[in-house]
Structure formats: structure tokens, C-alpha cells
Design a protein around this ligand. Structure first.
Ligand code: GUN
Length: 297
């Protein structure tokens, strides 16, 4: 039976540490870090993520604001809002919740955020720095995965990491982070995706399998080898009349059966999800430190 990776606990410890740092700032009567989260439209999953982000900021004493714009908001209006937060000194981090409505060009929006305030790590400057191994804002979910792997001392050097999914948010950045020639990385990385004819050809060889596909219970026990460490990034809503909300959250991995073969496995919920928010808070704190240092220099 696999060791259960307790992302909730690891994330809570990180949040606790950040909370004491923010309390220390407050004791000095100086400004605390601030995050603005901008959401366009009323996607239910996005609403829930945005609420969780605001709550997490409040819990550690950070300043946060949530901007909810109607679905029909124009691209120009959103760009103007980003400009105003780029020059607003109360905010160190700007996050635009994705996906955006179809009439808005996501890349254009991401590129407008000042790289200094890019706490999502999605700006091309952050992405480029990540790929060449320079210190930067790492995207929150991949960074959370790396922290879990380190926390549980799962060996990565020379190991075969197989990432299923090639999104800009998870698949591409996690592959690049684990490929870096440094401690806690140095892995042999394969990225596979929906175009693979037989996906299990790749997944069966994984020492570490990272599932970021977005399809419930997609990775089954016959697709993995004994002893694999499994990181499940999926957050899928499945209809469930017996659940209070009418749905339950399930990962991309058939947890019940894969956990019988795995050495480590993340549960859903309570695995990677809580780490994403903890990393967002950490990035906002980092942005605050960088911006404050620049002002003092
Ligand atoms: N949508 C799903 N995950 C994320 C994320 O990490 N950041 C943003 N901005 N949008 C998302």
C-alpha cells in the first residue's frame, strides 16, 4: 500500500510560516503583501478557486482583493484594469483566473501583467527564466508538486518522470522544472499527451507519474508499474446525488486500484490542490520582498 502524500498538511505548514512573517511585518507597522485576483465570467470552478484564494490570503493576514467582471467584459477593459494594478503599489501580485471567455486573447492578457507581479509565473519572461534555470516565479501547481516530491524525499535524479498532459499551467512547466540540472530535479522527463497512440507504453515505464489530463480516473492500475510514485493533478467534478453539493471531486487517477501498486500517491482532494494556493501565497510574499528591496535600493 502506498504512502499517502498529505498535501493539506505540507501546505498548512507553509501557510503557517508565511502567516508569522506577515505578523512580523504588521508588528513593524509596514505595508503587508497584497494580491489581486481578477476573474471574468461565472465559471463555477473558477469562482470556487478564486474564493479559496481570497480566503487563504485573509487567513495569513495578507491584503487581497477580488475583481469579478461580467462575461462580456472587453479585452481592452481587462487590459486597462491590469495596467492600473501594475502601477498600484498596494498590490504585489496580479492573478487573472483562467480560462478567460473566448473573445479575450489569453496570451495578450498574461503578457500585460508586469513580470514583477506575475505570481502565477505565466508571463513569457517567467516561463523563459524557468526553462533556462534562472530563479523566477515558478507556476503554483508545478512548484507545489516539486515541494511535495522534496518533502517526501522521492528521488528524482536519473529517474524517469512521465508527465501526462502538456498544458502551459502544469505539463510544460513541471517537465522543465524536473529536467533542471539541480538538486530535487535532474530527472529523465517524458511528456506525453492525447496524441499518443498507446499511452500506457510511456506511463508503464514511469518511476514518477504526473497526471494532469483533466479526465476522471483516466490512469488505471494496468497503466503503471509496481512502486511508481503518483502525483494526481486532476480536479474533476463528477455528478453524485448523494453528495451535499450534487457532485464530488475526483482526480485523474483511479486511486483505489493504482494506490495498491504505488509507493507514494497524492489523494484528490487533499494532495496537490492545497499546495497550489500555498505556492501562490509564497509567490506573493516573494514579489513583495523583491519590490520592497528595489524601492530601498
Ligand atoms: N486556472 C486553473 N489553474 C489556474 C492557475 O493556477 N492560475 C490561474 N490564473 N488560472 C488557473
Amino acid at each position: 500500500m502506498a504512502v499517502l502524500i498529505d498535501g493539506k498538511k505540507v501546505a498548512a505548514d507553509i501557510r503557517e510560516e508565511l502567516k508569522s512573517k506577515v505578523e512580523w511585518l504588521k508588528s513593524l507597522s509596514v505595508r503587508v503583501p497584497g494580491l489581486v485576483t481578477i476573474m471574468v465570467g461565472d465559471n463555477p470552478a473558477s469562482q470556487s478557486y478564486v474564493r479559496s484564494k481570497g480566503k487563504a490570503c485573509a487567513e495569513i493576514g495578507m491584503f487581497s482583493k477580488i475583481e469579478i467582471l461580467p462575461e462580456e467584459t472587453s479585452e481592452i477593459k481587462l487590459l486597462e484594469m491590469i495596467d492600473s494594478y501594475n502601477s498600484n503599489d498596494d498590490f504585489d501580485g496580479i492573478l487573472v483566473q483562467l480560462p478567460l471567455p473566448k473573445h479575450i486573447n489569453e496570451n495578450k492578457i498574461i503578457e500585460r501583467i508586469s513580470p514583477e507581479k506575475d505570481v502565477d509565473g505565466f508571463h513569457p519572461v517567467s516561463v523563459g527564466n524557468l526553462v533556462i534555470g534562472k530563479n523566477t516565479f515558478y507556476p503554483c501547481t508545478p512548484n507545489g508538486i516539486v515541494q511535495l516530491i522534496k518533502h517526501y524525499k522521492i528521488e528524482t535524479a536519473g529517474k524517469h518522470v512521465v508527465v501526462v498532459g502538456r498544458s502551459n499551467i502544469v505539463g510544460k512547466p513541471i517537465a522543465n522544472m524536473l529536467l533542471q540540472k539541480k538538486e530535487g530535479a535532474n530527472a529523465i522527463v517524458t511528456v506525453c499527451h492525447s496524441a499518443a497512440d498507446v499511452l500506457s507504453r510511456y506511463t508503464k515505464d514511469a518511476d514518477i507519474l504526473i497526471a494532469a489530463i483533466g479526465r476522471a480516473n483516466f490512469i488505471t492500475a494496468d497503466m503503471v508499474k509496481d512502486g511508481v510514485a503518483v502525483i494526481d493533478v486532476g480536479i474533476n467534478r463528477i455528478d453524485d446525488d448523494s453528495a451535499p453539493k450534487g457532485y464530488k471531486i475526483t482526480g485523474d487517477v483511479d486511486f483505489e486500484n493504482v494506490s495498491k501498486k504505488a509507493s507514494f500517491i497524492t489523494p484528490v482532494p487533499g494532495g496537490v490542490g492545497p499546495m497550489t494556493i500555498a505556492m501562490l501565497l509564497q509567490n506573493t510574499f516573494l514579489a513583495y520582498i523583491k519590490i520592497t528591496k528595489q524601492k530601498l535600493a
